[in-house]
Design a protein around this ligand. Structure first.
Ligand code: PLP
Ligand code: SF4
Length: 437
């Protein structure tokens, strides 16, 4: 791997996005033949593709591509979508189909990819007193409000499996975001049960520090607010955001103001693979964020071909803890987009989680998983047991729309192929699964 961006005393690294126009050359560098390059480009017409010079130079092992996990994390795979769809779009690219026809077919394929799983749009949209839905917020769990700032709906690079993909592809009716900092403040101020605001995206740290401050600072006037969380992958995809970007120092000062106000500021760092912690820039960024008084908690989904080895997770959690961060969630890949391609069945996900968990000290056992963030709530698979002579999954809600469900164990019939809560069936004689009845 080249070391272009990691010299701490060299010129300030400048963010350079790489997108569709650069894709073919990068696919060729990974060793793909012409036909696979065309098929990968067809996938990138449907699902968003974006990477950057830091990811390409520092994180991907090009000797190992296209099988390298970091390559698979950001690049479209020729077989990621149903074969017939890929063939159709590839044929149109080869034949030079009109932009209109291409757009119509692409739209059609996207709609079949379950763009908004878990009823995100309807079920969780907060309402004002007059019943008008509030844009860009989700209030699913009483104590936590999710906010999607309009300027934060992109990322420094896109993950190939991303469940937020509809927000990146510019389909107007697939987007949901808000630019209204006052609506955010007043919604929180008038809901005393909200103690935590989670700012998410995309990646909110794609925004300038000044814009981010415009959303966060008014929140500090709300006395019942106890914590601010920022979901981000910038620590992995563009650590210079915290080091040498022109407003990096402003960002750290904003973090310090939140901490000084007596609140917990948590960066929910998305770390998929231990390699993301190797570059010195990544280590220095993590250190610098923590020096501001912010806590870094880490989470990622389990993705086939990217991080589906227990060893990867054990090393990841150990490295994170060594550098002061706190492992939080291991997620099950959501039921959207190219899920067929990346899914790891629940039984295997649990076995892998357990194997990794057994290899780390108690300091890393703050992590919970595997977790499905499903319509009724966040469900953890606790294991497989024998219940009245039958094999069963043991599960519980870590977080639920209905607080009554939280923390109570329940069972589902064991099924080695089940990949999501909705694939699970109750044990014979039991009523419906909690939250699904
Ligand atoms: C995960 C999640 C949260 C935060 O839940 P915690 O258990 O507090 O981490 C809030 N809202 C939604 C919709 C979530 O999926
Ligand atoms: S960083 Fe998060 S939001 Fe951005 S592409 Fe990856 S999974 Fe999606």
């Amino acid at each position: 791997m080249a070391v272009q961006n990691s010299d701490p005393h060299g010129d300030r690294p400048v963010f350079r996005a790489l997108s569709l126009p650069h894709l073919d050359a990068l696919l060729a560098r990974a060793g793909l033949d012409e036909q696979d390059r065309l098929r990968a480009r067809a996938v990138a017409e449907v699902l968003p593709f974006r990477t950057n010079s830091y990811v390409v130079d520092e994180l991907i092992d090009w000797e190992a591509a296209p099988d390298d996990p970091m390559y698979r994390l950001v690049f479209p795979q020729p077989d990621m979508l149903p074969r017939a769809d890929v063939d159709r779009i590839a044929g149109m690219l080869r034949g030079g189909a009109s932009a209109d026809r291409l757009r119509a077919d692409v739209h059609d394929i996207r709609l079949r990819l379950n763009p908004h799983p878990s009823g995100q749009l309807d079920l969780n949209a907060p309402r004002l007193d007059d019943g008008e839905p509030v844009q860009g917020m989700q209030h699913k769990y009483a104590e936590t409000l999710l906010f999607f700032p309009r300027q934060g709906q992109t990322c420094h690079a896109y993950c190939s499996y991303c469940f937020r993909w509809p927000q990146f592809v510019g389909e107007p009716d697939l987007r949901m975001a808000s630019g209204d900092a006052e609506a955010l403040r007043s919604y929180v101020a008038t809901h005393p049960e909200i103690t935590s605001v989670l700012i998410t995206g995309g990646d909110p740290l794609i925004m300038s520090s000044a814009v981010l401050a415009r959303y966060i600072e008014p929140l500090l006037e709300v006395p019942h607010l106890e914590s601010v969380r920022i979901g981000t992958k910038a620590l992995s995809y563009w650590p210079h955001r915290f080091l040498t970007d022109p407003d990096a120092d402003d960002l750290l000062r904003l973090f310090e103001r939140v901490v000084a106000s007596g609140r917990n500021l948590a960066l929910m760092g998305h770390y998929s693979h231990p390699r993301e912690l190797e570059p010195t820039a990544a280590q220095r960024a993590l250190r610098r964020v923590q020096d501001s008084g912010a806590v870094v908690r880490c989470q990622a989904p389990l993705i086939r071909g990217v991080n589906d080895r227990a060893e990867d997770w054990a090393v990841l959690w150990r490295r994170l803890v060594a550098q002061g961060a706190v492992p939080y969630y291991m997620f099950v890949e959501r039921d959207t987009g190219p899920q067929d391609y990346f899914a790891v069945p629940l039984a295997r996900a649990h076995a892998l989680f357990r194997e990794a968990y057994a290899q780390v000290s108690g300091l890393a056992r703050t992590v919970r998983g595997p977790i499905m963030s499903a319509t009724p709530g966040k469900v953890q698979v606790d294991g497989v047991a024998e219940v009245a002579g039958r094999r069963a999954f043991v599960l519980h809600y870590v977080q639920a729309r209905d607080p009554e469900l939280v923390g109570r164990p329940f069972f589902a019939a064991y099924d080695p192929d089940a990949r999501w809560l909705t694939d699970l069936k109750p044990l014979p004689g039991d009523g419906p699964l909690p939250g699904l009845g």
